[in-house]
Design a protein around this ligand. Structure first.
Ligand SMILES: Nc1ncnc2c1ncn2[C@@H]1O[C@H](COP(=O)(O)OP(=O)(O)OP(=O)(O)O)[C@@H](O)[C@H]1O
Length: 254
């Protein structure tokens, strides 16, 4: 589904990604691990289109997407969540989700002003999708609440809902459990598994909670200093010498 070939990305003198290649298969939960500053978010940012790599290529379902916009990638079904929530906190949950659908609105200004025909049908469809997502992620009790009123764990779930409303084929999750307590973490892990298994959504996950990563990933890639250290099943990666020594050493991967 995704083919990343020898990508490089630098910021001034800092090489954030140094020749990383990997593929993600349809239906997988593929996790990226590594210490702080290893380049995980940078890799996610090149896949979602926030940054274009200096060199290398990225293909999604066979199509070269290396230099196309975030907006176009979303339309292809490639959607991400953010480590620091990208929600409008002064708006309700429902309004945030409806707004996230705006990229799918294809009708023009004229028809939207007069609000008939195609525009009306599309609005109905947006509403249907949003309602399904609200049900799926059990957000009904907070649909009319302002985002700032919600606990951090619930805000993270709304962020996940925002991404789901774009009906992703490939969902990129940037630290979905960050800042959560144990119960919230378990809930989020369950939702991620359900989205993967029931909605057939392929997932790329960045997460610092190694228990979760080991539990739910089909394959894992480990990065350090912008380079790939290893890639494989959870047991292959956890038994890799370089990963192991990093764990036993400074615990910097935890
Ligand atoms: N916008 C930027 N401007 C300058 N340097 C950046 C930028 N984004 C990332 N970097 C640098 O690139 C390197 C990789 O950062 P990145 O955020 O991708 O790592 P990470 O593995 O996601 O780290 P963390 O686990 O802390 O989120 C770091 O040295 C970081 O300081």
């Amino acid at each position: 589904m995704l083919e990343v070939k020898r990508i490089y990305l630098s910021f001034g003198g800092i090489m954030a990604i140094a020749g990383v290649s990997f593929t993600v298969n349809k239906g997988e939960i593929f996790s990226i691990i590594g210490p702080n500053g290893a380049g995980k978010t940078s890799v996610l940012n090149t896949i979602s289109g926030i940054y274009f790599p200096n060199r290398g290529s990225i293909k999604f379902e066979g199509e070269d997407i290396t230099r196309i916009s975030v907006h176009k990638r979303s339309r292809l079904g490639l959607v991400r969540t953010f480590q620091n929530l990208e929600l409008f906190k002064g708006m309700t949950v429902l309004d945030n989700l409806m707004l996230s659908r705006h990229i799918y609105i294809k009708y023009g200004l004229f028809s939207s002003i007069f609000y008939f025909g195609k525009a009306l049908n599309e609005e109905v469809r947006h509403r249907e999708v949003v309602e399904k997502v609200i049900d799926y992620l059990n957000l009904n009790h907070v649909r009319k609440k302002y985002v700032y009123e919600l606990s951090y764990g619930l805000q993270k779930r709304v962020e996940l809902a925002r991404a789901l409303c774009l009906e992703p084929k490939l969902l990129l999750l940037d630290e979905p459990m960050a800042g959560m307590n144990m119960e919230e973490t378990e809930d989020m892990a369950r939702y991620i598994l359900d989205i993967n298994e029931e909605l057939n959504t392929t997932i790329i996950l960045i997460e610092h909670d190694m228990n979760v990563v080991m539990d739910i990933s089909h394959r894992i890639m480990a990065l350090d200093f912008g380079e790939k250290v290893c890639e494989g099943t959870p047991s292959e990666v956890i038994n890799n010498e370089r990963v192991l020594s990093a764990y036993l050493g400074e615990e910097k991967w935890l």
